[in-house]
Design a protein around this ligand. Structure first.
Ligand code: SF4
Ligand code: MG
Length: 323
């Protein structure tokens, strides 16, 4: 049986005058119907670029330089703009960090919802409105019939993000790509939105790729995790496994840096150094300048992502599983 989504050897580059920079370096993963996966890593790891490339939304000078993105058996990387438009917003929806990237400030919520729908489907305005009301109810917006007549600025930040989720749900997609969907919101609202997304995915058997720098959020919502560093996946496996027993030094650092994991009274841990820029990705293991365990082989050879030792997951580190 084929996967809902299968990404093989995806490579994304940015063509600059000084030469091409590789933003995504031959990554691959699969996602099944209803499965929820987290893509985790610090800013600049390539998480959002991965999400955008699935939707063919990489803007110039970025381009997909290689690999396949099979969605329900079709390679999205080779679809025409027109074909891609029907997949996007129909079978796959995306939710961004800032609701105002999706919402038009000068249109009512109702118009935004119905026009999007009418662009994708042969549907009358009144049926589109009924559907909009239904989806607003699903995301717990009170009095949706009245709220449809209002503009984005008449809602709180948390409500706006719920409306964005309602818009993403309009076409009952098979896959939602949520890029830092709660980062801009208050902590209490964050939890509400994540609970809501989780409920909706479960009810509708909708798959989700949750892109975030926050391993804490990912561990509550997803079944598997891909940890990204400098354009590669460095550890991948089931969420429980990775959170309880991380193997890659970078993953260990991310977990140690979680607020709940410190000893009472101790300082919050931070991984030393920062994510390299695309133009200065270190040779060998890109994490080596920040890694306590780095040795000569790490500076010379890229560690392949593979099953190492008896761990039920893939890890890209020379020292994991070495005897
Ligand atoms: Fe650290 Fe070497 Fe493993 Fe990279 S390969 S994470 S530098 S030990
Ligand atoms: Mg991002």
């Amino acid at each position: 049986m084929s996967h809902l989504l299968e990404i093989n050897d995806l490579e994304v580059r940015f063509a600059l005058r000084s030469g091409d920079l590789t933003a995504i370096n031959r990554i691959g993963f699969t996602l099944e119907k209803g499965e929820r996966m987290g893509l985790v890593g610090e800013s600049g790891a390539g998480k959002s670029v991965t999400g955008f490339s699935i939707l063919n939304l990489i803007s110039k000078p970025g381009y997909i330089a290689g690999g396949r993105i099979l969605f329900r058996g079709r390679d999205l990387a080779v679809l025409t703009t027109e074909e891609m438009r029907s997949v996007r917003g129909n079978r796959i929806s995306m939710i961004f960090q800032d609701p105002m990237m999706t919402l038009n400030p000068v249109m009512t919520i109702g118009d935004q919802m119905t026009e999007g729908l009418m662009a994708h489907r042969k549907i009358s305005r009144s049926s589109a409105e009924d559907l909009a009301v239904e989806k607003l109810k699903a995301v717990h917006i009170p009095s949706p019939e009245t709220r449809l007549r209002q503009y984005p600025h008449e809602f709180s930040g948390g409500m706006r993000q719920r409306i964005v989720i309602a818009i993403a749900l309009l076409t009952d997609p098979d896959l939602i790509i949520a890029d830092e969907p709660t980062t801009a919101l208050d902590v209490t609202i964050q939890a509400e939105i994540m609970d809501l997304l989780l409920d909706l995915c479960t009810q509708k058997e909708m798959a989700m790729i949750l892109i975030t720098h926050d391993l804490g959020v990912v561990s509550q919502v997803t079944e598997k995790i891909g940890v990204m560093y400098a354009g590669r996946i460095v550890e991948m496996g089931s969420t429980d496994n990775i959170v309880s027993n991380p193997q890659h030094p970078y993953t260990k650092g991310l977990i140690r840096a979680l607020p709940g994991s410190r000893e009472p009274g101790s300082m919050l841990y931070q991984i030393p150094g920062s994510m390299p820029s695309l133009s200065a990705i270190p040779e060998g293991c890109a994490f080596h300048p920040r890694c306590d365990l780095a040795r000569d082989v790490c500076r010379a050879e890229v560690p392949p992502l593979m099953q190492r030792g008896l761990f039920q997951r893939l890890v890209a580190c020379h020292l994991v599983g070495a005897v």
